[in-house]
Each structure stands twice: as C-alpha cells, then as structure tokens.
Design a binder for this molecule. Structure first.
Ligand SMILES: NC(=O)c1ccc[n+]([C@@H]2O[C@H](COP(=O)([O-])OP(=O)(O)OC[C@H]3O[C@@H](n4cnc5c(N)ncnc54)[C@H](OP(=O)(O)O)[C@@H]3O)[C@@H](O)[C@H]2O)c1
Length: 306
C-alpha cells in the first residue's frame, strides 16, 4: 500500500514510517518541513492528489506537554481542528475511499475514568488540563463517523497510552512525560546531583506505551476488519506508579542519588489505565516490549543525543 503519513517526521510518525517499510508498504511522510501546511485544505488536497495514497495514518498534530497545551489551549484547538477538517474535507473531495487511521491519546477519556473502557469514552468531560487536546481527539472520531456515513470513508480511532521511546524531541515543552524524566535524570547524573525531585507523591498509576509498539499497531490498523464501533484501546492494562517508573529510569540511567517526591504539587487522578479486553480479542498474540528494554533503548538514544 502507498500510505500517506501526515506528521511523518514527528515522534510517532517516524516510527510509523519505519513500521510501514518493515511491513512492505510505501510510506510518504509530509509536514511543514516538506512545505505542506496541513491546516490548509487546498494544500492538503494538493498533497493527496500528488501522492494518491491508498491509506492514511494521521500523525500530524499540534502536541506538547500538559503545561504547553494548557497555556496555548486556543492555538492547540485551532491548529488541530483545522488539520482535522482540512484532511477529511480533502479526502472527501478527492473521492477515493482511503482508510484513515487516527492515533488518539488517552487524554480523550473522561477525566475521572480510572479504568478507561471504550464503551465509556463519552461518559464525562475530559480533564480540564487537556480541554483542547482531549476534545479535539473526540471531534476527530466524530469526523470519522460522519465521513463514513456520507462518503463511505473508513476511519479507525486507536487510543494509545502515554508514548515513550527513542527519537523524541529534546525540548522539554515537547517531550513526552517518561522521556522528559529520562532527560532530566541523565542531566542530574551528569551534574552529580545527589537528589532528583519529582512533583507530587509518586503514587498515581499511569500506563506507558513503547512508541515502536504503537507504530506497529497503527500499521496493523490499515487492514483490521472494521467493527461496529471503531474505537480501540492499544493498551495492556498495566499501570506503573510514578515512583516505580522513576526507579526503573534511575536503574537504566545509573542515577544513584535519592529520588524525592514533593507532595506540595497535586497528583492528578490516582489511576489512568486502558482496559485491554477488546484489544486482546483483536490482537490476541501481540507481544508488547518489556518496559526495562524500552527504557534502556530510550536512555541509549538520549545518551547519544544530549
Ligand atoms: N506521543 C504520545 O504520547 C501519543 C500517544 C497517543 C497518541 N498520540 C498522537 O499521535 C500523534 C503524533 O504525536 P507525536 O507525539 O508524534 O507528535 P510530534 O512529535 O509533535 O509530531 C507531530 C507532527 O505533526 C506535524 N505538524 C504539526 N503541525 C503541522 C501543520 N500545521 N502542518 C503539517 N504538519 C504539522 C509536525 O511536523 P512539522 O513541525 O514539520 O510541521 C510533526 O511531524 C498526535 O495526534 C498525538 O495526539 C501521541
């Protein structure tokens, strides 16, 4: 298949292009780096006409740390809605029935859902800290539903946990949480710091997805038979407390100082974990990368680049 990957030079997109090549597909990465601003419908349509893809894995987005998306909420919403509308509008105008696979983040779940089940995705508002990025993912799913109804375009919404792994940005405003912890701890080790501070109590449970696993699953989404409900978690129902995560990172980095928690900062929800029942029926044999291996690979990558 010829697969267009909007955002194909980003963190997830780069791994998607690698996974596509490994599976024998042709990957076409596009972003502003290639002169294509995907907020513009005309530019997006022109790009689709030029490349004539069979399918699209949509990795383009204005993303960032929780702090960044909160501070720039209006811009984040505007950019992401513009890209979503431009992509669906252009695919509709193109008139080809290309399948669109949308990676969604788990921040699109209700803010108070501790076990995130697909059937309960709509049962409550997203957390106020992700009002722009969480709601825009919901609208992306709705766009998929509406374009399926009117134009017969197939879409699949695959919900991933917090991604980590090699190849992420170095800028703290744009790295993902576990990668950010790895960067900070590597720097602390190099400075010879005796302590490493983490905000909050360290007790909240969070789920992490190795980016190469997420990429392989997004590629598998190209040929997945579509169920009635096109939402699917890419999770393994395996949470780690922030403390456990920090200890794993410290072992991999070789940081021997003390990890201290600062309870003056809020913890957020006690647990956020994706339910894996539907995933296990769809991908019964999928083997996720072990977290120690994934963290070690990520540390190696940052050691070489920092
Ligand atoms: N990382 C996670 O934890 C995670 C988990 C689940 C789902 N996801 C989803 O996966 C997708 C990709 O995330 P990521 O972490 O890979 O983000 P990323 O590294 O920031 O990549 C985003 C990509 O989008 C492109 N882009 C942004 N604005 C654009 C525009 N106006 N026109 C054209 N291209 C544009 C960027 O390229 P240019 O700057 O060159 O334009 C970049 O290649 C997002 O939808 C995200 O929500 C991520």
């Amino acid at each position: 298949m010829r697969v267009l990957v909007p955002g194909g030079h980003g963190f997830v997109g780069t791994h998607v292009c690698g996974a596509l090549a490994a599976a024998g597909h042709e990957a076409i990465a596009v972003s502003r780096r290639d002169g294509v601003d995907l907020r513009e419908r005309a530019a997006t349509l022109d790009c689709l006409r030029r490349h004539r893809p069979d399918a699209i894995i949509n990795c383009a987005a204005h993303v960032g740390s929780v702090h960044h998306v909160h501070r720039h909420a209006a811009t984040v919403l505007h950019d992401n809605m513009s890209m979503a509308l431009a992509l669906y509008g252009a695919v509709g105008e193109l008139g080809r029935r290309v399948r669109i696979v949308n990676p969604l983040s788990n921040c699109s779940y209700p803010g108070d859902a501790e076990l995130q089940r697909e059937a309960e995705w709509w049962n409550g508002a997203v957390h106020e800290s992700v009002v722009a990025s969480g709601n825009v993912k919901r609208m992306l799913h709705v766009l998929g539903q509406c374009y399926a109804l009117e134009c017969g375009i197939e879409s699949l919404s695959l919900i991933a946990p917090n991604a980590y792994g090699p190849g992420d940005a170095l800028d703290p405003d744009h790295t993902h949480a576990r990668n950010g912890m790895i960067i900070r701890m590597l720097r602390a080790k190099r400075r010879g710091d005796r302590t490493f501070e983490i905000w909050g109590t360290g007790s909240p449970i969070r789920e992490w997805g190795y980016v190469a696993d997420i990429a392989r699953l997004l590629v598998a989404g190209l040929t997945l038979p579509l169920a009635e409900d096109t939402l699917l978690n890419l999770g393994q129902r395996q949470g780690f407390s922030i403390r456990q995560s920090a200890e794993l990172v410290a072992q991999a980095v070789g940081f021997r100082g003390d990890i201290v928690f600062n309870p003056a900062y809020p913890d957020g929800a006690p647990q956020k974990v994706l339910d894996d029942r539907r995933f296990r029926t769809v991908f019964p044999d999928f083997a996720f990368t072990d977290h120690r291996t994934g963290i070690a690979e990520t540390v190696r990558d940052y050691e070489a680049r920092l």
